[in-house]
Design a protein around this ligand. Structure first.
Ligand SMILES: [Zn+2]
Length: 607
């Protein structure tokens, strides 16, 4: 089979020459022969033979798993049947769910000096997925075409006239909206572990005349409930004048009962010739989160109750019930702050309180203690779920984006970002209190970026920079600010190409016109040299913060540092493929949970 020979490798992969890109799936249901035949209706080769078993740590549990899986589905044919049935269940589930979808794309061009492709421009989409009638997304952002409606088109760049649709990337969560056995040939490839999850790998290719936009590529099916947990390939064949892109789409086990939902999608083209000898060369990451918005909302109701509660009985006996004018002003500001934070968390843009907030707070506390600063109410730190590099304050809450935390090279540079925000608070820069009126929070989610704006004017920015330098020079970080300055130099160097990454959606960018934030730190830092292997000015995206797409909890990724062997591997601010370590929910020992065959799955017997 020539189709489906899609090998997932990070680079230099010779993928199918056939086409990709624009993604309007017009699934034509063709009348096909009702008689279905798979390519190989055979039992997968047994894994128990020592000669065939790769020396893997899971070896002991592997044999058990093989037996169980074999008991559950005794032939490759049955695996296909189960997987198709699970996929229909998946589609039905997705119609009820409305996660946020974020796509960040970098267009590449070969850099002769580095001998590697580097980003020359970028595109950003953020929206909420709505598949109740096909794949749709309500777009939050569109840098170039705001106001054109939800199906708007965003220009890729001036270099290319090719256009991407946000919808196209959202489409990559779906293998085939009408996945039917009669449209495809299935070929067993092997068994393989993705993380701790054992999978059956198969190639899937549309039959002739199966209609346009069918999936063509490779599929990984976990061997307990037979969910597709990863698929890698493209749609085929493509309609006239549009292309389908290549993608590697990952799902995560987010709910008990074998519920696997889309979490990460990597897409890349390095050699797509599309018109007049023009070549498409890009890489893009799509992340999904905020599946369980209902609970995020419920949480915040509790928060509201606590804020609105009057003083305790004890307090009331000692104090007048009315706040003094100054207290009232403070409470009013606090109310605006809490309203905004609630709203941002409810719509899934702000992570719930968690482990990373504490790490950030520790740095802020270091700054405050060494500078003898005492501020009431207490300062909190929160993380914005999105990729673009930004930070801002909402009253006494410092907000830093996930993308920013990802790319910062060390703690001193994190201290630089946080201290700038701390300085706004120290200097008493106010939050616009119009947000203290609750009715101002009643706007559609997708208008958040229009309705909420925490950007500061130039005067306040400069004052905060000045104050921040003063605070940093009197802190444990004062001798380590070289990397912070170097980071700013990298920002400055890459900003012209990465306009959609190095910008603020809600707050201020690291660049203010031509001026870089805290630019005085740059003078004492080393020369920014992209060719120097041992100089790490900024990290790639996605290296530090891991998202739980169900509840938006964030955690720091614990990976061992990898030695960089060439300058091309530094990839500052860049997008890379995903290789998540898949796990089953709530099972420390993955294979322990017996693969109970589903009662609803009418498993053929006696094969
Ligand atoms: Zn600022």
């Amino acid at each position: 089979m020539q189709h489906g020979r899609i090998i997932c490798r990070m680079k230099a992969t010779k993928m199918l020459r056939s086409l990709y890109a624009l993604l309007t799936l017009s699934l034509v249901c063709c009348a096909m022969s009702p008689f279905v035949q798979t390519a190989y209706a055979q039992t997968p080769p047994a894994q128990t033979s020592p000669a065939q078993t790769a020396p893997e740590p899971q070896l002991a549990t592997r044999e058990v798993a093989t037996q169980q899986a074999t008991a559950a589905a005794s032939s490759f044919d049955q695996v296909v049947d189960r997987a198709i049935e699970r996929e229909h269940f998946f589609m039905a589930q997705m119609k009820q769910l409305h996660p946020l979808v974020e796509t960040y794309l970098q267009n590449l061009k070969q850099d002769k000096e580095l001998d590697t492709p580097v980003p020359i421009s970028d595109v950003y989409f953020l929206g909420r997925l709505d598949m109740s009638e096909g794949t749709d997304d309500r777009t939050f952002t569109s840098p170039t075409t705001a106001g054109l409606g939800k199906r708007m088109i965003s220009k890729l760049s001036n270099v290319y006239s090719m256009k991407f649709l946000p919808l196209g990337f959202a489409q990559m969560v779906v293998l085939d909206e009408d996945f039917q056995r009669r449209y495809y040939d299935f070929t067993f490839v092997r068994r393989e572990f993705l993380g701790e999850v054992r999978c059956i790998v198969m190639d899937v290719a549309p039959k002739k005349d199966a209609g346009k936009g069918r999936f063509l590529g490779r599929v990984w099916i976990e061997d307990q409930d037979y969910n597709i947990v990863r698929f890698n390939g493209t749609y085929y064949p493509h309609p006239r004048a549009s292309y389908y892109l290549h993608f590697d789409s990952w799902r995560a086990n987010l709910r008990p009962g074998g519920v696997w939902l889309p979490s990460l999608i990597y897409s890349e083209e390095s050699d797509l010739k599309y018109r007049l000898g023009q070549t498409l060369n890009y890489k893009a990451q799509t992340r999904l989160w905020g599946y369980n918005l209902k609970d995020l909302r419920r949480n915040s109701e509790f928060t509201e109750i606590t804020i609105d509660a009057p003083q305790t009985v004890h307090d009331q006996s000692q104090k007048a019930q009315d706040a003094s004018p100054i207290e009232a002003q403070r409470q009013w500001e606090r109310q605006a702050e809490l309203n905004v934070i609630d709203r941002l968390q409810q719509i899934g843009l702000l992570a719930p309180e968690g482990e990373i907030d504490k790490v950030l707070s520790t740095v802020v506390n270091n700054m405050m203690v060494t500078n003898n600063i005492d501020i009431q109410p207490e300062i909190h730190c929160r993380v914005l779920m999105t990729t673009p590099l930004e930070s801002f304050t909402i009253g006494h809450t410092i907000v830093v984006s996930r993308g920013m935390i990802d790319v910062l090279p060390d703690e001193a540079s994190l201290a630089m970002i946080l201290t700038h925000e701390l300085s706004h608070i120290v200097l008493g820069h106010h939050l616009n209190t119009k947000l203290a009126f609750n009715d101002r929070m009643f706007f559609p989610d997708e208008r958040t970026f229009e309705r909420m704006d925490f950007a500061r004017d130039r005067g306040e920015e400069e004052a905060a920079d000045k104050k921040a330098i003063e605070l940093l020079n009197n802190s444990p970080y004062k001798d380590k600010l070289g990397t912070a300055g170097l980071f700013l130099k990298a920002v400055q160097a890459r900003a012209p190409a990465l306009k959609n990454l190095i910008r603020g959606h809600l707050g201020d960018s690291l660049l203010n016109g031509d001026a870089t934030r805290m630019s005085s730190l740059m003078t004492s830092s080393p020369q920014f040299d992209p060719k120097k292997t041992d100089q790490v000015a900024a990290l790639p995206l996605g290296g530090r913060v891991k998202i739980d797409p169900w509840n938006n909890q964030l955690e720091l990724i614990k990976t061992k540092p990898v030695a960089i062997t060439s300058a091309a591997e530094k990839m500052p601010f860049e997008v890379t493929p995903f290789f998540p370590f898949l796990t089953r929910l709530g099972s420390a020992t993955p294979e322990k949970a017996a693969p109970v065959p589903e009662k609803t799955a009418a498993a053929p017997t006696g094969q």
